[in-house]
Ligand binder design. Sequence first.
Ligand code: MNH
Length: 497
Amino acid sequence: MAQTRETGLPKGFRGAEQGWPELDRIPHPPRRLPLLGDVIGVDRHRPLQDSMRFGRELGPIFRRRAFGNEFVFVWGSRLVADLADEARFAKHVGLGVANLRPVAGDGLFTAYNHEPNWQLAHDVLAPGFSREAMEGYHGMMLEVAERLTGHWDRELAAGRTVDVPGDMTRLTLETIARTGFGHGFGSFERDRPHPFVTAMVGTLTYAQRLNSVPTPLAPLLLRGAARRNEADIARLNRTVDDVVAARRRSGGGDGDLLDRMLETAHPRTGERLSAENVRKQVITFLVAGHETTSGALSFALYYLARHPDVAARARAEVDRIWGDTPRPGYDQVAKLRYVRRVLDESLRLWPTAPAYAREARHDTVLAGEHPMRRGAWTLVLLPLLHRDPQVWGADAERFDPDRFDAKAVRSRPAHTFKPFGTGARACIGRQFALHEATLVLGLLLRRYELRPDPDYRLRVTERLTVMPEGLRLGLERRTAPATTAATPAGDGSLTIG
Ligand code: MNH
């Protein structure tokens, strides 16, 4: 099937009309405008949250029409579980993901299933995400986290609150850049974001905007934005080319992701990544490897600040397992079970990559009810899957990390918690993100009490990923009174400077 160049979507197959023979049975919002579609009351900048609102009204499968294109959304747990069947369904590169093709090309995240560079890069890079590899990254992750606490100590000393999403983005970008590519962006030494970050945010925002304008008019409406987008992409390419050139000059690093990309041959075929593909992979990992983790940390800190009881329990765990060791080791991070649950529960309510798309490999019937033709696709709406009352109960909106204790997890059906996607194209960086985020939450909980602004109301911004907007927290440094500093570990009162 021919594919349009800009979007990568199959020509004449943008909407759901041809792929879903019984589309009529799928509910849509009641007040539909001719030509424009379901646009009444929607917020162009918050398509995800609009879809969540529609989904709550319309049920586990529904459709939205925008500018002549019809999209099917799914969030009911039974339907999502069926979509996880890899024999009948696969990742669909569409909408937001397809809009990133000009930036990330056939890099891992945006590659079509049939593109040979996907399997090649997957096989070459997978060992870079093994447990041993994580142990290797741990020291650098810790170093970057210490830059964060240094920065927060200075903000605290100056009597300022901290910019949570801004600082988490600094942290996660530095972490992936240094551990993966031996390159620092100096994020904590700058007042304004590194130009690479500005360019990256620009391309993500642009990719999201492309979805909210009528396709035939996009070139006209977005002419200025398209030109800026070209400049942003050029900036990303330039930055990456510099990093690669520096590595080639230095003659190799310590076996990080960049070394793998440049030097490792495929274990069976002996093939290597081309220079052009390396560029796409580096951009892919710098973008995919920090934006979502930054959001996950930001939401977790939001919930920790709002739930002092949860924070106290998590802090007690950190004190118990880490004691007063200044630099916790890899295993000591892996042992922070409750902190991990806080993270999981945050990713349940706000999965920071909030949707993924699945397409039918051949004609099939979704969950025995909805016929789909080969190539037909649908978007899995994670925040609603993660709040399906049939799975999570009537209080699904409540933040409660105990939903992730081992027994509760075992009692739930498969495919009900999917923040990292599903199947062969699921997130390769999952362990990386979880280790990094758990380590950082542990360090922050051990060092500070979090003081929320009582007037702050959660607002979620969307640019393909989600982030708590304008979240600032007050801090207090925990200090151990001399008498309690030596109490036996386990009672939660031990405090480390
Ligand atoms: Mn990540 C794919 C979520 C952290 C690199 N990631 C995905 C997908 C989801 C996802 C969902 C599947 C998308 C789809 O089906 O279209 N990722 C996350 C979340 C976090 C995250 C919620 C943090 C929290 N991801 C990371 C990190 C890295 C990374 C960290 C790199 C170090 N992710 C990727 C790559 C892919 C991906 C690369 C594409 C994998 C593939 O298709 O082979």
